[in-house]
Design a protein around this ligand. Structure first.
Ligand code: ATR
Length: 272
C-alpha cells in the first residue's frame, strides 16, 4: 500500500485523512493516508524518514512547515516557486522530491464550482501573507481585469504586487484608498481567526459582489457575515478550497481527479 500523510503542528483537527480516504475509495486507489504531528524542529528529519524508510509516496504540509517543505524539495512546479511554500511533496521514481503548491488551484477550482466568473473581473485580495501569496499565480492565470491586493502592512502588499506583476494586471492599495465595488473580494487575512475585520468601506460591496473567505467554520465568518449584511450576491467559505487543494494534490500523486462535491457534502454533515 502506498503511504501518504499530512504533517503539521497542531494537526489533531485535520480533515485531510478523511478527505483523501474518501477520494481513494471513490477512485479505487489503494492508499493509506494518515495525520502526523511533528515537533516544531523535526520536519526535515521526519519527512526524510517517511520517504526513505516509511513507504511514503507523498506528503501534504500544513502550518508551520510549508517553508521547511520548500527547503526540502529537490525541484518545484512554477506555482510552488512563486508561492515560496510547498503544501504537497511527491516522491518521484528516482527518489527525488517534487515540491508543489495546490492551494491556489484549490481556490480557483472552488470558485469555478460556484460558477464565479474571473476573466475580465475586478478582484480584491485582502492580505499579503503566505495564504495570499499562495493563490496569486492561479488567480492571475484566469485573466482578471485587475487584481488589487490590500493589506494592513502596505509594504507587504507592494512586494507581492511587484513579485507577480509579470503575470498580469496586479497592484497594491491601502485599505483606505480602495475604490469599489469589486466583482469578487477574497479574504486571505487571518483576521477572521480572532473575529476581526479589516477596516473596509461598505461601498466595496455591491449587489453583484461575490465574497470568499479562505477561512471556514460551523458559523459564517465575521467577514462573510459583514458582506452578507451589505447584500453581497454570494458568500462562500474556505471549506471547498480545502477539498479543492486536496483534490489537486491527489491528482499530482495519483493522476486521477476525484469528485469534490460528495466530499464537501460529507464534511458539512460532520460539522453540524
Ligand atoms: P497566513 O499564512 O495565514 O497568510 P501570515 O503570513 O501571518 O499568515 O499572514 C497573515 C495576514 O493576515 C497578513 O496579511 C496580516 O496583515 P499584516 O501583513 O499587516 O500583518 C493579516 N492580518 C492578520 N490579522 C489581521 C487583522 N486583525 N486585521 C487585518 N489584517 C490582519
Amino acid at each position: 500500500t502506498d503511504r501518504y500523510a499530512v504533517v503539521g503542528n497542531p494537526i489533531g483537527h485535520s480533515k485531510s485523512p478523511a478527505i483523501h480516504t474518501a477520494f481513494a475509495a471513490q477512485t479505487g486507489e489503494d492508499i493509506l493516508y494518515t495525520a502526523l504531528l511533528l515537533p516544531l524542529d523535526g520536519f526535515e528529519h521526519q519527512a526524510r524518514l517517511f520517504f526513505e524508510h516509511g513507504g511514503g509516496c507523498g506528503l501534504n504540509i500544513t502550518v508551520p512547515f510549508k517553508e521547511d517543505a520548500y527547503r526540502l524539495a529537490d525541484d518545484y512546479t512554477d506555482r510552488a516557486k512563486r508561492a515560496g511554500a510547498v503544501n504537497t511533496l511527491k516522491k518521484r521514481p528516482d527518489g527525488s522530491l517534487l515540491g508543489d503548491n495546490t492551494d491556489g488551484a484549490g481556490l480557483v477550482l472552488d470558485l469555478k464550482r460556484h460558477s464565479v466568473p474571473l476573466a475580465n473581473r475586478r478582484i480584491l485580495l485582502l492580505g499579503a501573507g503566505g495564504a495570499a501569496r499562495g493563490v496569486l499565480q492561479p488567480l492571475l492565470e484566469e485573466m482578471p481585469a485587475e487584481l488589487v491586493i490590500a493589506n494592513r502592512t502596505q509594504s507587504k502588499a507592494e512586494q507581492l504586487a511587484a513579485d507577480f506583476s509579470d503575470l498580469g494586471a496586479i497592484r497594491a492599495s491601502t485599505f483606505a484608498d480602495l475604490s469599489g465595488p469589486f466583482d469578487l473580494i477574497i479574504n486571505g487575512t487571518s483576521a477572521s481567526l480572532g473575529g476581526d475585520l479589516p477596516p473596509l468601506a461598505d461601498t466595496l460591496v455591491a449587489a453583484n459582489t461575490v465574497t470568499y473567505d479562505m477561512m471556514y467554520g460551523a458559523q459564517p465568518t465575521v467577514f462573510n457575515a459583514w458582506t452578507s449584511a451589505l447584500g453581497a450576491a454570494q458568500t462562500i467559505d474556505g471549506l471547498g478550497m480545502l477539498v479543492g487543494q486536496a483534490a489537486e494534490s491527489f491528482y499530482v500523486w495519483r493522476g486521477k481527479r476525484p469528485d469534490v462535491a460528495n466530499v464537501i457534502t460529507m464534511l458539512k454533515q460532520d460539522r453540524r
